[in-house]
Design a protein around this ligand. Structure first.
Ligand code: GCW
Length: 706
């Protein structure tokens, strides 16, 4: 049967569906309270806010909401910021205005001349825009708007996406098509997508974007490309989104005709100063640079016997006159260091604490290895109190099943943010480090490696949209609960029906543990096939650098399995505060979820549930597979609540996920069984293929690995 497919559009709309409110109780309330909009001011941002409000309300209320001329009317929704509100209103909002920063907003029901109205206000127009999106969220999630008094402001300043997009249109670790940026058609062709990208980001409070890959190409800094970057900056500006670029450290040589990129060289310093000037002339609100230096083959100050501080400070000096910042990445590990890879970033960076310029922020991945399904928090977060540190999460699922597996990542983010570093005693959580409250920092930031591409649904998997959404919400408020975020997202994206929201929310919340279980249970890590990281590859052992081989990480042998990072091993535990170090060090207190991250244990080591380790591992793999099966069961019952296209898409993807979860289980267990020499315990399904078969699988064209 041929059917007309309108729901491709639903996919594209993300969480900004603005579908008609189904419950008449709410429709009645909303309609009675919103009779029109009155916008104060005429900036592009206020225009964007007004337009969004009209679009949203017309959809939600299924009626045209007009922009009024008369502020006197009752039940008018007033938009305005400090510069446009009249004195009486400002007085009314004085307390609230004192509680927010420049990006915050207030939504309040007030009376003017005895007439009730709702006002969405901010100190700035951007605050108003954020208020509008949050007001719409109330309606989208069926919340009451009776006597509102919401005062809200972001807790982190730089809430930014990192696009690993290459100038040739490919996306490193991208699984949702090609890059959004059409460099060839820019600057003259402005794709509607750029605007919708900005809307989506603004709706969750994201206020920055790094357009290009950290494995950088210097050409982005040439006039030919800067003209295109300028065009994008212009599109994003009304939505409060600043543009940033990655700076290839050797750019002075590659595009500047200099002989060196030594940060001590006067010509080099000057080249960067002039480059900054040139960029700011085009883009006065340019955010600054993100730099990957001396990491995985990227050039950096160490090529000239200088260090990270020298490199970062040179760039910082170049952008400082214009208010720019430098985000310097701490993702480093050396091919010459035979020591535990997990220790290297800390060893390299911690000695520099306090030496960076005050417009430098060091960007640290959530864990010490690399975006694994589970890692203990990065020890740097507890060890550089004099340096602003920003978080780098990965939204794209490089190690978590690409865009095929449903994995709700805010669960992972929350786990990291809540981790206690103990750096200033109990309660020194990672969230408090990155929001600046623990160590009193002014610049604060959080970055997410984007999962966005040219696919109609932006992220490849309909549920991967929730990871973009959730990242934004947590960037705004790192103390939010991932469950609340999942619920909001489901209601906004699909349906407010409780029979849908509750089970599907459970499914999302369970999905992160499921992937840990079927890929890397009990603290195992980095046993994905190498290069592309698709599927299991615990047997890989032939790559030139030791730490590129999975066998380096699991260390399975006939005596047992796991990486000894305790005192008796690499002593990586010593990089944590004593309270935490002690906990991880002792196999009895080490959380079982991190067991094999920190300890090498015999196959018959007894787990807390009484099972020997081998059985425990096998049962976890099985549990992961079973969890995916139960996600399938849940989803299969949801056909009535979701449009057919999205329903089927998710169904097919879950089928693949189940197949791949079994692949992971069977391949890993067959491989580890060679060492354990033990039977699979009862309850674990027997593999239907041989280890040789799994080892023979090759994926030369797996996506994201260009
Ligand atoms: O996770 C690894 C990826 C690389 C990436 C690198 C990094 C951009 O496999 O593709 O390079 O991390 O974060 O720099």
């Amino acid at each position: 049967m041929v059917s007309i497919n309108l729901s491709a559009q639903a996919d594209y709309k993300l969480w900004l569906q603005y579908a008609k409110v189904q419950n008449t109780k709410w429709t009645t309330e909303y309609q009675s309270k919103i009779k029109g909009i009155f916008a104060l001011g005429n900036s592009e941002t206020i225009q964007a806010a007004t337009k969004e409000l009209q679009l949203g309300l017309s959809g939600l209320l299924d009626t045209k909401i007009t922009v009024q001329q008369n502020i006197e009317d009752e039940n008018i929704l007033i938009l305005g910021s400090k510069s446009s509100l009249n004195e009486e209103t400002l007085k009314n909002l004085k307390n609230e205005l004192n509680q927010i920063n420049d990006e915050g907003y207030i939504i309040k029901t007030i009376s003017i001349k005895n007439r009730k109205k709702m006002i969405i206000a901010g100190k700035t127009d951007i605050g108003v825009l954020y208020g509008v999106y949050n007001f719409l969220r109330l309606l989208q999630t069926n919340k009451s708007i009776e006597n509102l008094k919401i005062v809200d402001a972001p807790k982190i300043n730089i809430r930014i996406l990192n696009h690993w997009d290459n100038l040739n249109g490919t996306v490193e670790r991208g699984y949702a098509g090609s890059s959004l940026w059409n460099w060839q058609k820019l600057p003259d062709f402005i794709d509607q997508r750029y605007i919708d990208y900005a809307r989506a980001n603004a709706s969750i409070g994201i206020n920055g974007t790094v357009l290009n890959n950290v494995n950088a190409n210097a050409l982005i800094l040439t006039p030919q490309y800067l003209e295109k970057v300028e065009a994008l900056a212009k599109v994003f500006r009304p939505y409060g989104i600043k543009v940033y670029l990655t700076a290839r450290f050797s750019a002075p040589i590659e595009i500047g005709k200099l002989k060196t990129a030594d940060p001590y060289d006067a010509n080099v310093k000057n080249w960067w100063k002039e480059k900054a000037k040139e960029i700011y002339k085009r883009i006065p609100d340019f955010g600054g640079f993100l730099v990957k230096a001396n990491s995985e083959g990227q050039p950096g100050p160490q090529n000239y016997n200088r260090n990270h501080v020298d490199g970062a400070n040179m760039l910082a000096d170049a952008v400082a006159p214009f208010g720019g910042i430098v985000m310097w990445r701490a993702f480093v590990y050396s091919e010459h260091d035979v020591n535990d890879r997990a220790k290297q970033a800390y060893s390299e960076f911690v000695p520099y604490d306090g030496q960076f310029r005050n417009n430098v922020i060091v960007q640290v991945k959530n864990g010490a290895i690399d975006f694994q399904p589970r890692e203990p928090f990065h020890p740097i977060f507890g060890a550089m109190p004099k340096t602003p540190l920003m978080m780098e999460f990965q939204i794209t699922q490089e190690y978590l099943g690409f865009s095929t597996h449903l994995v709700y990542l805010p669960k992972l983010y929350q786990e990291v943010l809540e981790s206690d570093t103990f750096s200033k005693g109990k309660g020194s959580t990672v969230a408090k480090v990155i929001d600046g409250s623990l160590n009193n920092h002014k610049i604060t930031g959080i970055a997410g490696v984007a999962n966005i591409g040219s696919d109609i649904n932006w992220t490849g998997h309909p549920f991967a949209q929730a990871n973009w959404y959730g990242f934004g919400r947590l960037a705004w408020d790192p103390y939010l609960d991932s469950e609340t975020i999942a619920e909001d997202w489901l209601r906004m994206t699909f349906s407010n029906d409780e029979n849908f929201v509750n089970p599907v929310k459970e499914m999302m919340l369970q999905s992160r543990e499921a992937v840990v279980n079927y890929m890397t249970p009990l603290g195992l890590h980095h046993i994905m096939d190498t290069g592309h990281h698709y599927g299991p590859g615990p047997w890989v052992s032939n790559l030139s650098r030791p730490e590129w081989n999975p066998i380096y990480y699991h260390k399975a042998d006939k005596n047992g399995i796991g990486f000894d990072r305790s005192k008796t091993g690499s002593n990586a535990t010593a990089q944590y505060a004593p309270e935490i170090a002690k906990l991880f060090d002792d196999v009895k207190t080490c959380p079982e979820k991190d067991l094999l991250w920190f300890h090498h244990l015999p196959w018959d080591y007894k787990l807390k549930n009484g099972q020997p380790l081998w059985n425990g591992i096998a049962l976890k793999y099985q549990e992961g597979v079973d969890e995916v099966a139960s996600m399938q069961t849940t989803w299969n019952r949801m056909g009535n609540y979701v449009d057919e296209t999205r329903f089927k898409e998710v169904q097919m993807l879950l089928n693949i996920q189940h197949k791949e979860a079994k692949w992971w289980r069977d391949a890993c267990l067959l491989y580890f069984q060679q060492f354990s020499g033990k039977e699979l315990p009862k309850g674990v399904e027997k593999p239907t293929q041989t280890l040789e078969y799994f080892e023979s699988l090759k994926f030369p064209f797996a996506p994201g690995n260009n």
